[in-house]
Design a protein around this ligand. Structure first.
Ligand code: ZN
Length: 154
């Protein structure tokens, strides 16, 4: 393992083992790297949004720390897949109930399914990486949840 990989792994583990929404230890990691934490108001808003997490720091905070690590090791960072790593992290902190929802949808039959599709036809702006919808009352260019790129979808 290279120094770069070690640091990425350590940040990943620290975020994962933090309390839901982050804790003091995780804040210290962010501070050590000079990464900007989410403000408390936004954290609260995200905790109450549909993008649920069961544990760990917010993916965007891990992204910010990993960006600092990339800047420290520019050569190794060239081949680093940031979005994939953030998504891998998000899969680990997602609540298990997400699976239940998928099964519930599969069981409801086609009629309900097509009704659902009609409802979905309104234009939304979603994160390309984690699928988080943009919080309607706010305007921003990158996902508040994971830092991924936002794109229009229908
Ligand atoms: Zn996202």
């Amino acid at each position: 393992m290279t120094e770069f990989e070690k640091e990425i792994d350590a940040a990943f583990q620290a975020a994962w083992h933090a309390d839901k929404g982050g804790d003091e230890k995780w804040n210290a990691v962010m501070q050590q790297y000079g990464a900007e934490p989410l403000n408390e108001g936004l954290k609260k808003e995200l905790l109450n949004s549909e993008m649920k997490i069961a544990r760990g720091a917010f993916p965007i905070e891990l992204r910010r720390v990993m960006e600092k690590i990339m800047a420290k090791h520019p050569n190794e960072a060239q081949t680093f897949q940031m979005d994939a790593k953030v998504l891998e992290y998000y899969q680990k902190i997602k609540p298990f109930s997400g699976l239940g929802d998928i099964f519930a949808n599969a069981a409801t039959g086609t009629q309900k399914y097509s009704q659902g599709l009609q409802k979905e036809k309104t234009k939304t702006i979603k994160c390309k990486n984690c699928g988080a919808p943009r919080l309607e009352e706010m305007q921003y260019d990158n996902c508040m949840f994971c830092g991924g790129e936002l794109a229009e979808s229908f």
